[in-house]
Design a binder for this molecule. Structure first.
Ligand code: R5P
Length: 295
């Protein structure tokens, strides 16, 4: 079996996928023409082999998407029928409905072309919504890593919270796996200004260690507001267990000011090298690999 990692995949994830799944590395040439267009040529002989393509679609989402489509078309041209795709981070997924009239369903626009390729399976890590495969019209195996993340880092938690109702499935699965109660917060985001309001429903969190589970942290606004409310209500620890950390310096400052005890995330995307100690990055290569083997 071969692994064809494209440029969005963090090296740590490439290494662990290779180790855990015992994969050879496919060779390729990837360059840009002077006008900015990308060019790919796959140079390994992979006839009669299974090829696993892995591409994480952040940062420079648009460029990573074009690279992915070029690679899939190149593989099609080589007549390899056993191609599998792993998408550790699926960009454009948050716009999975038309929140305001005149908006596109971005996830549909961006991923519908995947239906043109003869892919044996598609795996994604923590899709923004479990309805995305239906929206695109494609079978996608959605892997939720929160239990794996909590166990890897070894934190003890008493209560699991989703930051909004849409994230409740994540809280439920983690709660069932570790045998703890769960609930959700009420979140309202103004679709025009982007302003977030988080409120707590009738919850007694006094002296409890809380894990907030989510798919994405971006500005940190959701987590910071939730953490502040929970500390005000007497929570003893607030941890965030969030699969994809699309964080900037400003996000780190926002989260640090909120007093969050720890942000546990994954290597689904590339992070800056020097992160503060309270941000823990778990390697999901082993998890992805066990799912690839089990399918
Ligand atoms: C929203 O529906 C997502 O699940 C996350 O809660 C959101 O993207 C977090 O964004 P931010 O960190 O900017 O509040």
């Amino acid at each position: 079996m071969f692994l064809l990692p494209l440029s969005g995949t963090p090296q740590s994830l490439v290494n662990s996928l290779r180790n855990y799944c015992n994969l050879s590395l496919a060779e390729k040439l990837h360059k840009r023409f002077p006008d900015g267009e990308q060019y790919i040529r796959i140079t390994s002989d992979m006839r009669n082999k299974i090829i696993i393509v892995v591409q994480s679609l952040y940062p420079e989402q648009d460029s990573k998407l074009v690279e992915l489509y070029l690679a899939l078309e190149a593989l099609e041209g080589l007549n390899l029928t056993e191609v599998e795709l792993v998408i550790p981070y699926m960009a454009y997924s948050r716009q999975d409905k038309r929140f305001l009239a005149g908006e596109p369903m971005s996830v549909k626009a961006v991923y519908m072309p995947l239906r043109l390729f003869n892919l044996r399976k598609i795996l994604a890590l923590d899709l923004h919504s479990p309805k995305i495969p239906e929206v695109i019209g494609l079978a996608i195996q959605n892997i939720l890593p929160h239990t794996y993340m909590v166990k890897k880092v070894g934190i003890e938690v008493d209560f699991i919270l989703a930051p909004d109702k849409g994230a409740l499935h994540r809280a439920r699965i983690l709660a069932e796996n570790i045998g703890k109660p769960f609930d959700y917060l009420e979140k309202y985001r103004d679709r025009i200004t982007g302003e977030i309001n988080v409120s707590i429903r009738e919850l007694d969190v006094k002296n409890l260690r809380i894990a907030i589970v989510d798919d994405i942290v971006s500005t940190g606004g959701t987590l910071a507001k939730a953490a502040q409310i929970l500390y005000d209500l007497g929570a003893s620890k607030v941890y965030a267990v969030v699969t994809h950390a699309l964080i900037s310096e400003k996000t780190i400052q926002t989260l640090s000011a909120s007093g969050l005890d720890m942000l546990i995330t994954t290597n689904s995307i590339l992070h800056p090298e020097a992160l503060p100690k309270w941000i823990q990055v778990t390697d999901v290569g082993e998890l992805l690999c066990s799912e690839l083997k089990s399918l």
